[in-house]
Design a protein around this ligand. Structure first.
Ligand code: MRU
Length: 358
């Protein structure tokens, strides 16, 4: 995987297709350095997803779709595309287990592989579909931004304090963001006075990525250690918690970054409303409830290496990186197909049968 020098500009794109391949903003290096990686193969993309150069459920799905397009380009032609691409599908699918957008995007790409086409047209058709998945994710985020901001306005027309967790921004998606898309839209409409961002241990998506995105846009953001949010909710008037999701089960249970469940319990206790913002590609109607969602555990070193120090106490480590928030702690789920308040299985099924709103 080649490393390109930083492109300095006000705008950034976490993922961009170029003539040479898929260009990724390396999120491991932020906020200190803006380094771009060039993925030329499905193997490069799989490595970038596994090592978290690219992360966030929708961004992982988009990257995987481009990974298949790269594999088809490398092959050039085949008399059995399904068989020829099977190892790339398996490699990409195995990179991260919780974000269902990955499996969703790969399923879309597989459907394209199985459509009858002239042999030589397959790489172009797969690239066109990957670009379409990318573009439509960004469009969905713009729609969700509008719908989520309407929810904020529904309860209070004044500028409000909101809490977010992890990074569900432009970095984590095809652009604009899910939770941060709502925050961007609401801020532009004068509905946000202050964003309180959890630092998001242990990978620090909040203090490294969310802070970086919001500060460069002039949206007021204040960081706190994750466990400071209880005190924050007790001492300050916070209206909403606004988060993204990695997978939403058919009954409305939501898997998201570790700490989201604790945040939802605290929000319920303090009367703070809880909003989940995610495209319909994050909804997994195959899983009846959140207990069935596979939750990724990552390496002990994510906890044991702090800055340049290795903590050598000999203690065991438990490092689940996602948890499940039960539907009954959630006030509203915002998708590009519309919103549902107080989610349950019937409302989710009804939502999924709708066309997307644009
Ligand atoms: O481990 P990560 O950084 O990929 O986890 C990301 C999250 O948990 C996000 O909240 C979620 O993927 C939604 S991103 C729009």
């Amino acid at each position: 995987m080649a490393v390109e020098p930083a492109v300095l500009s006000e705008q950034f794109q976490a993922l961009a297709w170029t003539a040479e391949g898929l260009r990724l903003l390396d999120q491991r290096q932020l906020p200190g350095s803006e380094i771009y990686l060039l993925c030329r193969s499905a193997e490069d993309v799989a490595e970038a997803i596994t090592n978290m150069s690219v992360r966030g459920a929708p961004a992982i799905g988009i990257a995987a779709a481009y990974g298949i397009a790269l594999a088809a380009r490398e092959l050039g032609s085949s008399d059995n595309w399904s068989a020829a691409l099977e190892p790339s599908f398996a490699l990409l699918e195995g990179t991260r287990p919780t974000a269902v957008n990955l499996a969703w995007a790969l399923r879309m790409m597989m459907q394209q592989v199985q459509r009858p086409l002239q042999d030589s047209d397959m790489p172009a058709a797969l690239l066109a579909l990957a670009k379409q998945i990318h573009d439509s994710d960004r469009e969905a985020n713009l729609t969700m931004g509008r719908l989520g901001a309407q929810q904020l306005r529904k309860y209070d027309k004044r500028a409000q304090h909101v809490i977010t967790h992890c990074n569900a921004g432009a970095l984590a998606t095809g652009g604009f963001g899910t939770a941060l898309g709502v925050i961007r839209t609401a801020h532009a409409a004068g509905l946000i006075e202050q964003v309180h961002a959890n630092e998001t241990r242990p990978w620090l998506q909040g203090s490294r990525l969310t802070a970086w995105e919001l500060v460069r846009e002039g949206i007021p953001v204040s960081l706190q250690a994750d466990l400071a949010v209880g005190h924050l909710m007790k001492e300050q008037t916070v209206s909403w918690v606004i988060v993204g999701a990695d997978r939403i089960a058919a009954n409305g249970d939501v898997a998201n970054k570790i700490g989201t469940y604790a945040l939802a319990v605290l929000a319920m206790h303090h009367g703070v409303r809880f909003m989940v913002v995610a495209p319909s590609s994050t909804i997994d109607m195959q899983l009846e409830n959140g207990d069935l969602i596979p939750l990724e555990e990552r390496d002990a070193d994510e906890l044991l290496i702090v800055g340049n120090r290795q903590l050598d106490t000999g203690a065991e480590v438990f490092n689940p990186v996602f948890d499940v928030t039960p539907a009954d702690l959630i006030d509203v789920i915002v998708t590009e197909k519309g919103i549902i308040e107080r989610p349950d299985a019937r409302k989710l099924a009804d939502l999924m049968s709708r066309q997307r709103l644009h």
